[in-house]
Design a protein around this ligand. Structure first.
Ligand SMILES: Cc1ncc(COP(=O)(O)O)c(C=O)c1O
Length: 384
């Protein structure tokens, strides 16, 4: 297939559109081999030596994801955390990094527990406040700005073009965790991002049965080579079966993300102003603080994630959680089934998340079933 002349949606549906060169099969094969035969002259036929560095099944998923994001190259990792930490660990001790204050708690926890001992100088900032970001940049020392948009679990939106301009003017690289928006709704490279990171465990795979991550780059530079080298040397590759499942999941990415976004929007609109709730947090709602930027930056929807704040605090929130019958009580996000969780409990005692907040990951079920389920749970659980 001529990849230049078809849309990312078509590339995803056809898995890049190349049949297997040996069998002609339209589904790619899984290459499980850990090692590759050396030729009598010492060379390797395809240049691959050992699977911790290179694997054709991973490469196929990487090429597909790079095409969807519009990036120049992609490296898969064994988890989203392995991908995120590879970026930080490719920096040097003493480097100053700016990280958005609202972000996936696992990254924040890792930074707090390990980045300091690793020698990184981590400073949390609010990427919505451009003056604060500008003031926090230390010329010659700040090497990375890390943002997540929409950001867990309040779904705050960062203006990617604005922060990239600001950071680049000071020579700072920008990494965007695009797990929640996915390339279906936002392609951060188009706004100037240097690196894009994913928990592929979420929407990219989409079926709750793979743990994987990815880092993509706008250009192959020495920093990118350090990330790839970190993956090889630290052994952070996913297994071939995970990579194969991931490419299969990505074939339906557009359908799933569009459907989840539409339903999440419907749910947010339906429950906005509900007497049992004090807030519905969803970037698609006109009163969400990030709505205007999201409307500019996201195309085709505002994502499948939203949060609700239950009137009366933690007790009624837990009662609502206990009362749902269609939503599944579980952590994680981005799968075909809808999930609900008391986010603060998942994050633990140091969590800054309000105690009355329930996080919803909307799946692809019938929207009416989800709305009726939440309506009934709110009737039972929350005080009026
Ligand atoms: C936005 C975001 N980034 C990164 C991660 C970490 O990914 P993983 O669980 O695949 O390690 C998660 C996991 O929930 C996430 O939600």
């Amino acid at each position: 297939m001529d990849q230049q002349h078809v849309s990312p949606e078509t590339l995803a549906a056809q898995g890049l559109g190349e049949a297997d060169p040996v069998s002609g099969g339209l589904a790619p094969v899984i290459n499980l081999s850990t090692n590759y035969e050396q030729q009598p002259d010492g060379s390797y036929r395809e240049g691959r030596v050992y699977t911790r560095a290179d694997n054709p099944t991973s490469e196929h998923a990487e090429q597909l994801l790079a095409a969807l994001e519009g990036g120049c190259a992609c490296a898969l990792f064994g988890s989203g955390m392995a991908a995120a930490t590879a970026v930080f660990q490719s920096l040097l001790p003493g480097d100053h990094v700016l990280v958005s204050r609202v972000l996936y708690w696992g990254v924040r926890k890792w930074l707090a527990e390990f980045a300091l001992t690793w020698g990184l100088d981590v400073e949390f900032t609010d990427p919505g406040d451009l003056a604060a970001v500008a003031a926090a940049i230390r010329p010659g020392r700040t090497r990375l700005l890390w943002v997540e948009t929409p950001a867990n679990p309040m779904w705050e939106i960062t203006d990617l073009a604005a922060v990239c301009d600001l950071a680049h003017a000071a020579g700072v690289r920008v990494a965007v965790d695009n797990t929640v928006a996915t390339p279906v709704l936002t392609r951060p490279f188009e706004f100037g991002a240097d690196l894009v990171v994913h928990s592929a465990t979420k929407y990219l795979n989409g079926h709750g049965d793979v743990l994987a991550g990815a880092v993509l780059t706008a250009r192959r530079d020495p920093f990118w080579e350090r990330i790839r080298s970190w993956r090889r040397n630290a052994g952070a590759m996913p297994g071939p079966f995970e990579a194969w499942l991931l490419q299969r999941g990505m074939r339906t990415l557009f359908l799933r993300v569009h459907r989840a976004s539409q339903t999440a929007h419907q749910i947010a609109t339906h429950f906005r102003g509900h007497p049992a709730l004090t807030a519905v947090l969803y970037p698609g709602l006109p009163d969400h603080p990030g709505h205007e930027i999201a409307a500019r930056q996201m195309s085709g929807g505002f994502g499948g994630m939203l949060s609700i704040r239950v009137a009366g605090g933690a007790g009624p929130a837990r009662d609502v959680l206990a009362a749902v019958r269609v939503f599944k009580r579980a952590t994680s996000l981005g799968g075909v089934e809808s999930l609900i969780e008391h986010r603060r409990t998942s994050e633990g005692p140091s969590s800054p998340v309000p105690d009355d907040l329930l996080r919803l990951s909307v799946g692809i079920e019938a929207p009416g079933d989800l709305i009726a389920d939440l309506e009934a749970a709110l009737d039972k659980g929350a005080p009026r």
